[in-house]
Ligand binder design. Structure first.
Ligand code: SF4
Length: 351
């Protein structure tokens, strides 16, 4: 009988395996071998043959086990913005696709903006990804593979934000595993202080993170402190309204003692008035936050308007006067549709 097992793709690729799980694959090998393999995998190598300190027979077994490739995802498209931002369209092993972005600030710090789901079920009205629908969660291996592919092209990455496609707190177990792998000192060794989870406001996920960790930086897309307007722009507000969200953020802050980032997408004539800014400042009052103001990034087919620089400035000044740290965010990646809310323009709606 022919052994066909090697032709069945594994369900988890090595980027998603912990050191202990790698060791368990080869129980007869000493632990230091698993550590060596884990280090190689954490470098995002293209071929098992790169593992120069691993004996050839073991490299061959790895290759057979993982269908010949350490990484199962492929870069389908690369787009580079004038500001240097890099957007990748990545084809996953089942044929689905996601996008991820590498943003570089003026000090040269590189941040990988990773996707956690194929599409997104949240339906935020101002976001391209929200129009695609939802197909499935990404595995931790697929999340790490985005990181590896970006790093191959751009070198050392200092920060990770789960701000790409999808709602990370609806895929918390895989995101948690991805963070554990990113921060493992035997491998990539990124501090959890350099990792941000950005949520639309999934209250059980925030409380779960507060109770069970990991303690990472939390960003919440708030956009409006007006309940009706927030529900209109972000349907999540129907399930977890503003007051419930605030209680969860206070709990997160009690546990972490850390400042939370609130993201406010400013849309001309919708949420840019003085009244909107004051309502936001009042809502924020008990929280210790930094507000990132993001002028809505244009998306074809959406009828919203981007506010002027003066509108953003005036909004920022009102928050400032109320003692709230406010940062008007640069729209890095906009030229390749890689800025906030724009991911998914190269992809089709999920079926
Ligand atoms: S803003 Fe985030 S949570 Fe909302 S639809 Fe877009 S990807 Fe999903």
């Amino acid at each position: 009988m022919t052994d066909t097992s090697r032709h069945i793709p594994p369900t988890v690729y090595p980027s998603g395996l912990t050191l202990e799980e790698l060791a368990a694959l080869f129980p007869e090998e000493p632990l230091y071998r698993a550590k060596q393999i884990f280090k190689w995998i954490s470098k995002g190598i293209e071929s098992f043959d790169s593992m120069t300190n691993i004996p050839q027979p073991l490299r061959e077994r790895l290759s057979e086990r993982f269908d010949g490739h350490p990484i199962s995802s492929n870069i389908e498209k690369q787009l580079v913005d004038e500001d240097g931002s890099l957007k990748l369209q990545i084809r996953l092993r089942d044929g689905a696709a996601v996008e991820c972005v590498l943003l570089e600030d003026i000090e040269g710090r590189k941040t990988a903006c990773l996707s956690s789901q194929v599409g997104c079920p949240m339906g935020c009205a101002f976001c391209k990804t929200g129009t695609l629908g939802f197909l499935r969660n990404l595995g931790a291996d697929e999340i790490l593979e985005q990181f590896h592919l970006l790093r191959r092209l751009r070198g050392f990455i200092s920060n990770v934000v789960f701000m790409g496609m999808g709602e990370p707190l609806l895929n918390l177990e895989n995101v948690r595993r991805a963070i554990a792998l990113l921060s493992n000192h035997e491998g990539i060794g990124m501090s959890t202080r350099k990792i941000t989870i950005s949520t639309s406001g999934i209250v059980p996920g925030i409380l779960d993170l507060a109770a069970h960790g990991p303690i990472v930086r939390l960003a919440v897309s708030l956009t409006s402190a007006n309940p009706e307007l927030r529900t209109h722009l972000m349907p999540v507000n129907k399930t977890w309204p503003l007051e419930t969200l605030k209680s969860a953020l206070l709990e997160y802050q009690r546990v972490t003692r850390d400042r939370i980032t609130l993201e406010v997408v400013l849309i001309d004539t919708m949420n840019t008035s003085e009244h909107d800014a004051i309502a936001l400042a009042e809502w924020i009052a008990p929280l210790k936050v930094q507000v990132n103001l993001i002028a809505w990034n244009p998306i074809e087919g959406m009828a919203f308007k981007t506010p002027s620089t003066a509108q953003v400035k005036q909004f920022a000044e009102i928050l400032d006067h109320n003692g709230i740290v406010t940062i008007p965010r640069m729209n890095r990646g906009r030229g390749v549709m890689g800025a906030c809310g724009q991911l998914g323009d190269t992809l089709k709606a999920q079926e």
